[in-house]
Design a binder for this molecule. Structure first.
Ligand code: SF4
Ligand code: SF4
Length: 303
């Protein structure tokens, strides 16, 4: 359920019927109240969403009810404790984001949901691809210390799969090569399969990425289109690349040049008028306006 679009039980009915019709089915096995956080949960509760969902379950239109989530552990716990009919939930989880934040309930959330018998679906296991790109030299040097060699994407996926509490891992794949790599990798996975030494290496990589001041943009594009044409996710991808080259001025200059060639002036960071529309839509709750202003200072100083 696109929870941001519904304002009444009638909207919920219209939405579900449209979904069933488009999917050409009479029922949906696993139905998510999508993108819950504190405010949306409060709004849905005031609309008696659980009463609506129980009616849809009784009518056979939904089999199992769950929710996907972006907010802190406290809000997550409140939602789980607020209803004993949840079958599953979907949370953002990867080796960078293990602490509770406005994006994820973190490890505590994962463990709490599992302890309450909920299946846990993990989204963003490689943080929108950020953890799959060719890593900076310092991070590659850490991976090189491992006995078993893995690609950055496989390290990230194996880490998530190694948690007993995780039921399913969702990983966006855009090429057949990635599909094959992920299927092979899944075949080698299992709870508690990583050694202590490997977990230590992952922890070192995590700290290094956090040191870089990485922007947790997953490239989901929910913020787009920006009314001023600002290419938000593309700009953040350049920003992350720039910061991982800290201390290497030549490499940073090269990234600035690439930015100026790729991001046209009409889509550049300087076009931002700080309206804040993007921040309302960003599930990662990023301070987009401030970050775009920083990007403008780095990349468009001379434009
Ligand atoms: S704050 Fe800036 S980037 Fe965000 S929607 Fe408004 S103009 Fe676009
Ligand atoms: S909505 Fe947020 S996370 Fe998604 S692309 Fe935009 S800035 Fe990135």
């Amino acid at each position: 359920m696109p929870t941001w679009l519904v304002n009444s039980q009638e909207d919920m009915d219209i939405c579900l019927d449209e979904q069933l019709s488009r999917l050409q089915t009479d029922y949906i096995d696993f139905y998510l109240l999508h993108g819950l956080g504190k405010e949306r949960w409060e709004k849905l509760r005031s609309l008696n969403v659980l009463e609506w969902a129980e009616k849809a379950i009784a009518e056979g239109k939904i089999k199992y009810l769950g929710f996907s989530f972006h907010d802190t552990f406290d809000v997550f716990k409140e939602i789980i404790d607020g209803y004993d009919g949840w079958t599953f939930c979907q949370i953002q989880y990867n080796y960078i984001e293990i602490e509770s934040s406005t994006r994820t309930p973190g490890t505590r959330g994962l463990e709490y949901a599992a302890s309450k018998g909920l299946g846990v679906v993990v989204m963003e296991p490689i943080q929108g691809g950020n953890l799959a790109v060719n890593p900076p030299e310092e991070i590659q040097a850490i991976w090189d210390q491992a006995e078993i060699k893995r690609t950055p994407a496989e390290w990230a996926l194996q880490w998530v799969w190694s948690h007993l509490e995780v039921s399913v891992v969702l990983s966006g794949m855009s090429t057949m090569e990635q599909v094959i790599e992920n299927v092979e990798s899944a075949n080698r996975s299992g709870p508690n399969t990583l050694t202590e030494k490997e977990l230590e290496l992952i922890e070192k990589v995590r700290r290094k990425y956090l040191e870089y001041g990485f922007i947790g943009c997953t490239g989901c594009r929910y913020c787009m289109p920006c009314p001023q044409g600002v290419a938000i996710p593309e700009i953040f991808a350049f920003y992350n690349r720039y910061y991982t080259k800290r201390g290497d001025q030549d490499a940073q200059k090269q990234i600035i040049n690439e930015y100026l060639k790729t991001v046209k002036p009409e889509n550049g960071a300087k076009k931002c008028v700080k309206c804040g529309e993007c921040e309302e839509k960003c599930p990662q709750q990023l301070p987009v306006r401030n970050l775009i202003a920083r990007a403008a200072r780095i990349f468009e100083r001379d434009r």
